[in-house]
Design a protein around this ligand. Structure first.
Ligand SMILES: N[C@@H](CCC(=O)N[C@@H](CS)C(=O)NCC(=O)O)C(=O)O
Length: 203
């Protein structure tokens, strides 16, 4: 088994944090996105979509999509349960993870990819107007999230879940995207400090 990783890029980091929370370690093969190694014929043979992460199982099966990879490991090693247990809890965690992906991580990624000079060869064409269009959506969503975090310690409830991982990675990715986290979002800041203090956040 081998995990193709992408260093500081947010989606591979989601998988690394997830694995750290599970206490799972496996061989990691770095893919140098800065050198566009994801577009090399060797890596394109692994993932024709030329994106990381990708997990290759011992029988040669390739899994891509961060959450699909996380779900695989959740089934292989259910503890701690990061996608929840029982119908309602699983649905609530899925809801929050999707909300954070669609309304937070992906928009932050659009801002970064469409404005940062280092992304010129990956995001073709870069559309700065699309970055601008996403900025107020991000601001609205983090204000909403801040309000939600008023009455619970974690995004989806009382326990740390995959939704917190998506949120942690999204907040951290705001920095290179040059997006501010307003001081007044005190619940968001408290939650971010707590999830950042977990050893898994260093993954
Ligand atoms: N939906 C995919 C997204 C994968 C993705 O976009 N990965 C980025 C790094 S965060 C990438 O490989 N970018 C390379 C490129 O755009 O050429 C997932 O969740 O894993």
């Amino acid at each position: 088994m081998k995990l193709y990783d992408g260093g500081r890029a947010p989606n591979p980091r989601r998988v690394r944090v997830f694995l750290a929370e599970k206490g799972i370690s496996l061989p990691i093969e770095p893919v140098d996105l800065g050198a566009l190694q994801q577009k090399s014929p060797a890596y394109a043979a692994v993932n024709p979509l030329q994106r990381v992460p990708a997990l290759v199982l011992d029988d040669g099966t390739v899994l891509t999509e961060s959450i699909a990879i996380c779900r695989y490991f959740e089934e292989v090693q259910p503890d701690p349960p990061l996608f929840g247990r029982g119908a309602l809890e699983k649905a609530r965690i899925e809801m929050w993870n999707r909300r954070l992906e669609l309304h937070f991580l992906f928009p932050v990624s659009h801002v970064f990819r469409n404005t940062h000079p280092a992304m010129k060869e990956m995001e073709v064409p870069q559309v700065p107007e699309w970055a601008e269009a996403n900025k107020p959506r991000i601001a609205d969503f983090i204000a909403f999230l801040d309000n939600e975090l008023n009455d619970r310690p974690f995004v989806a409830g009382d326990s740390y879940t995959v939704a917190d991982i998506t949120g942690l990675v999204a907040v951290d990715f705001m920095k290179p995207a040059k997006l501010p986290v307003p001081d007044e979002l005190t619940n968001l800041r408290r939650w971010h400090a707590a999830v950042s203090a977990r050893p898994s956040a260093r993954a």
